[in-house]
Design a protein around this ligand. Structure first.
Ligand code: APR
Length: 312
């Protein structure tokens, strides 16, 4: 089919497999599940399993496994999960030494084989990995974003919904800043169908929810021994769909800042409009002085990991 989109998934592990399932099920396009040569058969096996699933669930999508970058040529979207996930006791920043050479390898190949793709990075430490991807490829700033804000916001929204005893469908909240323990849940913009969430939730409970959100990834790592994958995959697919469908969704994502919120030459979670141009616009929302302070702390943490990358 001439008009089918092509989605390249770099990393065929836990998140990669779930990404493939979601992309195929939503018929976003044909999917290439890519992994290193040692895991090519694993990627091919997952792809075949998912193609067989199409006859049960009834979706039209070609899904292939590969370790050959040539197979990714013509990709409209690349979603990068290549790398090692956390183990209990590790912070995302602990992954930098292992995942930095991996993102560089991926960026060099993506630059060569998929120069026009909209790229969504998931590998951790997220904000530094997406920075490194842009630095190595030199791609336009709108063509690459990091997925963290949609996921962190989803976690925040779930905990708010449970505490307030309302449907998850009515909770609106955004988490900004770096994808680390000092991320910034924006309480001043958090509503339950337009009603401030603080109307439903007392201050001490709200603080507990904020703390749990910040450690939301670690909570799952401690339970499973590895990182989450269902919600991370759905979050990246929301971004991919926004791009492929020119939906102009306002999503929190790690976008390249050139003065917005007072930061320059840094990727960090901010509200951004995603449409056919990729990250089309960064929206500067008013923050309270407390939130600005938290954002500054978070930006410093991100910068310190980026500085480690720059020296390596
Ligand atoms: N190119 C392609 N794939 C690679 C490369 C590479 N250079 N290096 C490693 N991989 C693959 C691994 O072989 C593995 O199959 O990336 C895959 C990662 O899969 P998992 O180990 O299952 O990890 P996952 O849970 O999917 O998380 C991936 O996303 O959320 C982050 O912290 C998480 O950095 C981690 C990443």
């Amino acid at each position: 089919m001439a008009n089918r989109k092509k989605i390249g998934l770099i990393g065929a592990g836990n998140i990669g497999g779930e990404l493939a399932r979601l992309c195929a099920n939503a018929e976003l396009g044909d999917v290439v599940l890519f992994d290193i040569p040692a895991k090519e058969n694993f990627a091919k096996g997952k792809a075949l399993d998912l193609e067989q699933n199409s006859s049960v669930l009834g979706y039209d999508a070609k899904i292939t496994g590969s370790s050959n970058w040539a197979d990714l040529e013509g990709s409209d979207v690349l979603i990068i999960t290549a790398g090692i996930p956390r183990k209990p006791g590790q912070s995302r920043d602990d992954l930098v030494a292992v995942n930095l050479p991996i993102i560089r390898d991926v960026a060099n190949n993506a630059k060569k084989h998929c120069p026009d793709a909209f790229v969504i990075v998931i590998s951790n430490p997220l904000d530094a990995m997406v920075y490194e991807y842009k630095r190595v490829t030199g791609c336009p700033k709108g063509k690459v974003a990091g997925m963290a804000g949609v996921l962190d916001s989803a976690r925040f929204q779930l905990f708010l919904a449970r505490e307030a005893g309302v449907s998850i469908k009515d909770v609106r909240a955004m988490v900004l800043g770096g994808h680390g323990d000092d991320m910034v849940p924006v309480l001043s913009m958090c509503t339950i169908n337009g009603v401030p969430a603080t109307h439903f939730i007392k201050a001490d409970r709200m603080q507990a929810i904020i703390d749990r959100t910040r450690k939301g990834g670690g909570e799952i790592v401690n339970l499973m021994g590895t990182s989450a994958y269902y919600a991370p995959a759905s979050s990246a697919v929301a971004m991919a769909e926004a791009y492929l469908g020119d939906q102009k969704r306002l999503l929190a994502c790690a976008a390249y800042l050139e003065g917005e919120y007072g930061y320059k030459d840094l990727f960090m979670g901010v509200p951004a409009v995603i449409g056919k141009g990729g990250v089309e616009k960064i929206v500067e929302i008013p923050l309270t002085s407390e939130e600005k302070g938290m954002l500054e702390k978070s930006a410093k943490s991100v910068q310190s990991v980026v500085d480690v990358c720059k020296k390596s």
